[in-house]
Design a protein around this ligand. Sequence first.
Ligand code: AFP
Length: 334
Amino acid sequence: MSTTSIEASRIAQSIGTALDRFIKNNQDQFQYATGELSQILRDIALASKVVNREVNKAGLIDIMGAAGSQNLGGEDQQKLDVLANIRFARALEKGGEICALVSEESETFLDLNNQGKYVIAIDPLDGSSNIDVNVSIGTIFSVYRRKSKVGAPIQDVDILQPGTEQVAAGYILYGSSTMLVYTTGYGVNGFTYEPTLGEYFLSHPNMQIPVNGNIYSINEGQANTFSVEVTEYLQHCKDQSYTARYIGSLVADFHRNLLKGGIYIYPATSKLTKGKLRLIYECNALAFIAKQAGGLATDGVNRIMDIQPKSLHQRTPFFVGSKSMVEEAIRNFR
Ligand code: AFP
């Protein structure tokens, strides 16, 4: 190809829809279309760009490794966890749209004492034990409307909302490319980050998870601690010659199965009787996205989004992914 024709084909190539434009174009779909939710999504996108920059630099500067403190689960907090928590909190606190923040990294919720109408639940950097080995990690977020009166102190009713009350949810995947995937209850759309332009562009419009798939994702190293039902389902996966894929990074495992079709399972085990994953800031967001994409998420008995949380850091067993696969996996649970 000659230089002029390369130039011509580059000019002919459209750069697509930027996230900002997409949010603006779709703002009217939202019943409280005052622009506040749009601003929250923009703030999350901005913070994610900063975190993305730090994640990309992780191998280059002394930012890798444990920060010396532990989070609530007693796991070492990695430096990037701490940094991501600060970045998202700062970006979200500034605008005044949110009144409270729930984060995996903080024991209690943060009451911002303002006129904000939204509550955010966030896992700022999930899969952080993978940072040191250059494996994909992610951010997960849920957005809720506050229930109590604006101006009053934040109450449990604002924080402990079931997933059905989410008005938006999404994740950022820091992978071979960085993606932001979100829903406001009108389908799921995915945006890929173009680092030279510093913008997310719509790359995966109206994402749908295949109704069936052949990938199963579970930490089979824990197989001796699984229930009979889960063990039987795993045998079924093998009998069907399904493919086992497990990164150990929830966002990355979920994202792959969303695109290709599959099931992700983090079950209750004899050691972790409620499973490992957190309902409020991990499972609810992915359950909302799965539902909007035509998939299913349950704890084996109840739909994840129907569960009434009783505490901030509550754990739940989690079965999520292609509808037929999840239905099959939980068939013997009731
Ligand atoms: P970290 O943030 O401590 O790496 O935990 C990540 C996580 O919550 C989730 O992203 C993984 O899917 C899951 O843990 C993996 O846990 P197992 O090592 O028990 O399979």
